[in-house]
Design a protein around this ligand. Structure first.
Ligand code: AMP
Length: 399
């Protein structure tokens, strides 16, 4: 249970409740929603509030329109889809703090739902501009945040609005995310293993440093390992290097010597002569990467070692692929880790997967069902695991 006020025991009947949701869904060229997970994840909160007779005013961003109105980023397709998923009327406002939103909010009946247009059409959203936050707050009586995926951002809709309205409540999705991630961070069953991958070290430094003191095993894979190998004096050929992170990679390796966690890097990798699915490939020890070849996945020895560590763990956190999993030739490492985590979960471990790419990998490999909790927030779950307070959570009322 989180320390923040949630929806339980609340009677919002008749109130205009401003709900920050994360409807930042992927759209194809014809503006069809290609993955509606983020919409369905917010339904429990939306239907609860509507069922209690609240006037539900939903706010979200979609993509990065950079403070300008851009029809390509309109939330209209989301409103249309939402209307099919709930059995109460869903209205759509053509603006956020303009006359259309104001009049539609004013005429909203208890139980009805109104979705405002993309918050990021207004530069005040990401700037957390007080006048934009004030204007948003003016159309509601109470605030709920169910957008875990943006809780690490101090924007008008995540921080400014609850400040004006004197706090707010966590929605069901927010509550669930905080409960799962909080349990892992504060009271994990041990051994606790974290698996981190992805392209870059930058952006993961704080989470790596924090996890080194909290977990028992820290497994690193993905493109970022070559930055570590380079700093250990190995030849990495044409592999990805995150030049800005050389110094911090050295610092991480140094700290790992005395940290609680055992830091485990891959022993072998799959190298390719070019970045392509039909490149020539070889499996080599990380000490033997040939000039001109690039490491695009962890190798079979590493898959086995990582699998054994995962199998012996009772708590597991995973963020970031082990290789270029989008190309089938380099997906084996990511698949092995996903499969091992699902297997460990079946045997009683608690597993949490966070981050867009690892979630996409888990789902595309059909392993989603085997994971205890799949986080809807990539950046937010990393910030949380880095031990940093999330501004959007801090802004909510204490229990
Ligand atoms: P990130 O956004 O840092 O989590 O990185 C995710 C991306 O890292 C995915 O698109 C992967 O294809 C990519 N990636 C993983 N391993 C490698 C690698 N060895 N070389 C280059 N890119 C990689």
């Amino acid at each position: 249970m989180s320390a923040k006020l949630d929806l339980s025991g609340w009677d919002p009947e008749g109130l205009k409740v401003l709900v920050r949701v994360d409807f930042n869904v992927p759209l194809d060229g014809d503006r069809n929603i290609t993955d509606e997970t983020r919409i369905t994840a917010a339904l429990p909160t939306i239907t609860f509030l509507s069922g209690k007779g609240a006037r539900v005013i939903l706010m979200s961003h979609l993509g990065r329109p950079k403070g300008k109105i851009d029809p390509a980023f309109s939330l209209r397709p989301v409103a249309d889809r939402l209307a099919e998923l709930v059995d109460v009327p869903v209205k759509f406002a053509l603006d956020t703090v303009g006359p259309d939103a104001a009049s539609r909010a004013a005429s909203l009946q208890p139980g009805e739902i109104l979705l405002l247009e993309n918050l990021r059409f207004n530069p005040g959203e990401t700037a957390n501009d007080p006048s934009f936050a004030g204007a948003l707050a003016a159309i509601g009586d109470a605030y709920v945040n169910d957008a875990f995926g943006t809780a690490h951002r101090a924007h008008a809709s995540t921080v400014g609005v609850p400040q004006v309205l004197g706090g707010g409540r966590a929605g069901f999705l927010m509550e669930k995310e905080l409960a799962h991630l909080g349990a892992l961070l504060n009271d994990p069953a041990r051994p606790f293993t974290a698996v981190l991958g992805g392209a870059k070290v930058a952006g993961k430094v704080d989470v790596i440093l924090n996890l080194l003191e909290r977990v028992d095993h820290l497994l690193l894979g993905g493109g970022m390992i070559f930055t570590f190998f380079h700093e250990l004096g190995l030849n990495v050929g044409a592999s990805l290097l995150d030049k800005e992170s050389f110094e911090v990679a050295r610092e991480i390796s140094r700290r790992a010597k005395t940290s609680r966690a055992e830091l485990i890097l891959p022993e072998d990798c799959v190298v390719a002569d070019e970045f392509s699915d039909d490149a020539a490939t070889r499996t080599v020890l990380v000490t033997d990467i040939p000039d001109g070849w690039m490491g695009l996945d962890i190798g079979p020895r590493s898959r086995e070692r990582f699998g054994k560590v995962i199998a012996g763990s009772r708590s597991i956190f995973w963020n970031g692929p082990m290789g270029v999993f989008e190309l089938p030739s380099f997906a084996a490492g990511t698949r092995a880790v996903g499969t091992a985590i699902a297997e460990a979960t079946k045997n009683g471990a608690v597993s949490v997967v966070g981050g867009g790419d690892s979630v996409a990998a888990v789902n595309s490999m059909g392993l989603g069902e085997g994971i205890s909790h799949i986080s809807t927030g990539g950046g937010a779950s990393l910030e949380f695991m880095a031990g940093r307070p999330l501004p959007g959570v801090k802004a909510l009322s204490d229990r």
